[in-house]
Design a protein around this ligand. Structure first.
Ligand SMILES: NC(=O)C1=CN([C@@H]2O[C@H](COP(=O)(O)OP(=O)(O)OC[C@H]3O[C@@H](n4cnc5c(N)ncnc54)[C@H](OP(=O)(O)O)[C@@H]3O)[C@@H](O)[C@H]2O)C=CC1
Ligand SMILES: CC1=C(/C=C/C(C)=C/C=C/C(C)=C/C=O)C(C)(C)CCC1
Length: 322
């Protein structure tokens, strides 16, 4: 008797499995078709007018360029950087464009400073609805050359700050079911490059943080909080001054403007993930199946093994510590 009912229920569950599988295949097909259509006919850009957008590391490089892009689109800005002068300059540029910016000094490696700055931002402009976690640092040293303080600082800025800042602003996004969280990671958060073990591992960690957050948000009913994970290859901002591969024409570095244009496109079309240039999707994929020995040969051929040795410190924290 028990045997019969077990077979019956096994039959039922395999039917249910087949049905679920069919539904899944249908949904996957729909997503593939929609994705291909979105490559051919890109989605309309969403409006960010009136949104309150916090950008960390807004004083230089891509942070500044993103601030100007958001200002042009009439978002209200909150700009954080520990470089007070550079951040003020970004604020002035935003205002010259007719935008508004609440400029504040915040060292994101300090959890308590983040809490205080978040309170000041809420009081001055209101709750953050677009969060761009952009501040990042690199020392470009091998594991034995790095000091303990440098290793800790890399993780505080590139990884832990993302936890503390998201924990400040996600509750309001959840309450209103509205918001967008952008994480500036890196291609070296997807596949490693030599000569920067602290940087690569901090970026791998932040990719994991972001992706886990993404899946958690999918579990909320009717979730409308968007996320965008950004993984650029080398960008000529000054952070990685001098870094180059053997045949730069084969894998050219990005200009800050072309990188930020791609980031803005991804944010404004609610894309969850963007790596640039496009070749990086292929490299990322190959890193999952090419034997490590083969990858080493490719690294040598392309000069990925020595690219970081040409690095010239440029940023204040790099000069202080070099
Ligand atoms: N440039 C590249 O090749 C790539 C960069 N990225 C990532 O993109 C992001 C932006 O990089 P990019 O624009 O090139 O970098 P930049 O060095 O040009 O700008 C980063 C800004 O963050 C600030 N900053 C550093 N530490 C802190 C801190 N503790 N608290 C607050 N602000 C801080 C810097 O201030 P200060 O000048 O005083 O140091 C600087 O103003 C980073 O997360 C980086 O890792 C990803 C892939 C490639
Ligand atoms: C590893 C690797 C490459 C080079 C990577 C380099 C040099 C990356 C530098 C990235 C930076 C500076 C990221 C900042 O966040 C290639 C040639 C693309 C392909 C083979 C694998």
């Amino acid at each position: 008797m028990t045997f019969v009912s077990q077979t019956q229920s096994a039959g039922k569950s395999s039917m249910a499995f087949l049905l679920d599988l069919l539904v899944l295949l249908g949904q996957l097909l729909k997503i593939f078709v929609e994705t291909i259509i979105s490559w051919i006919i890109p989605a309309d850009y969403k409006s960010v007018a009136g949104e309150v957008c916090l950008i960390t590391g807004a004083g230089n490089g891509m942070g500044r360029l993103m601030a100007l892009n958001f200002a042009q689109r009439k978002a209200k800005l909150v700009l954080w950087d520990m470089d007070a002068e550079a951040n003020k300059e970004t604020g002035a540029l935003v205002e010259q464009m007719g935008g508004t910016a609440f400029v504040d000094v915040c060292d994101v490696s300090d959890k308590e400073e983040i809490k205080k700055a978040a309170k000041r931002a809420r009081e001055a402009v209101g709750d953050i609805t677009i969060l761009v976690n952009n501040a990042g640092i690199v020392y470009a040293k091998e594991v034995l050359e790095l000091s303990e303080k440098q290793i800790e600082q890399t993780f505080k800025v590139n990884t832990l700050a993302h936890f503390w800042i998201v924990r400040e602003f996600l509750p309001h996004m959840l309450k209103t079911n509205h918001g967008h969280i952008v994480t500036l990671a890196s291609t070296v958060g997807l596949f490693a490059s030599p000569g920067m073990p602290d940087y690569c591992s901090s970026k791998h960690a932040v990719v994991g943080f972001h992706q886990s957050l993404y899946y958690d948000l999918q579990n909320f009913k009717n979730n409308n909080i968007k996320t965008t994970l950004v993984c650029p290859y080398h960008v000529k901002t000054g952070m990685f001054r001098g870094v180059t591969v053997t045949h730069p024409w084969l894998v050219p570095s990005l200009t800050p403007t072309e990188c930020v244009d791609s980031i803005m496109h991804a944010i404004l079309t609610n894309r969850p993930f963007v790596a640039m240039p496009r070749l990086m999707y292929l490299v990322y994929n190959a890193a999952t199946w090419l034997p490590m020995e083969a990858q080493t040969l490719c690294y040598r051929f392309l000069g990925a093994d020595t690219a970081i040795r040409k690095f010239k410190p440029n940023r204040p924290y790099q000069l202080e510590d070099s």
